[in-house]
Design a protein around this ligand. Structure first.
Ligand code: MG
Length: 164
């Protein structure tokens, strides 16, 4: 097969609520509130998984993890990303690089974004320099600006997998 590339994008938003653990990109972040979701609410992993599925032409994570199914309750979202990667791999696609934007008024993630990127690189089986995480505020605007939610966007470039 000739080498080819495909790009995918993903987006997600989850509400912040007291009494929940905050997990971002699979990394636990100390904070007084966490993300509400059927799973652990990890907006970064959900956006990334959707970007992987998008590049492989495999729909979105809602097609595989129905929110009404109780078996996914509070599950770690690394499972979602792993399943998206396995589906893409079966179609002959592997990640080449990923770029993520996290929108958070707080907590401030400037000190943690390299650690999150390194963790994502491990999950994607990529060198650290192939994964980038940006952390931005919403300048006080909208639900993110009011500290009611966190939002994430992701882009992933996939290439044809080398022969096994
Ligand atoms: Mg989600």
């Amino acid at each position: 097969m000739t080498e080819a590339r495909r790009i995918g994008i993903g987006w997600d938003v989850h509400r912040l609520e007291a009494g929940r653990k905050l997990v971002l990109g699979g990394v636990s972040i100390p904070h007084d509130r966490g993300l509400v979701g059927h799973s652990d609410g990890d907006v970064i992993l959900h956006a990334l998984a959707d970007a992987v599925l998008g590049a492989a032409g495999l729909g979105d994570i809602g097609d595989y993890f129905a929110p009404e199914d109780p078996k996914w309750r509070d599950m770690e979202s690394t499972i979602i990303l792993h399943q998206a990667l396995a589906g893409a791999r079966a179609r002959g696609w592997v990640p080449e690089n990923a770029d993520v934007v996290l929108l958070a008024e707080e907590p401030k993630l400037r000190e943690r974004k390299k650690e999150i990127a390194a963790h994502l690189a491990a999950l994607l089986l990529l060198p650290v320099e192939c994964v980038n995480v940006k952390a931005k505020t919403a300048e006080g605007l909208g639900p993110v600006g009011r500290k009611e939610a966190l939002e994430a966007h992701a882009a992933v470039l996939m290439r044809t997998a080398p022969p096994a």
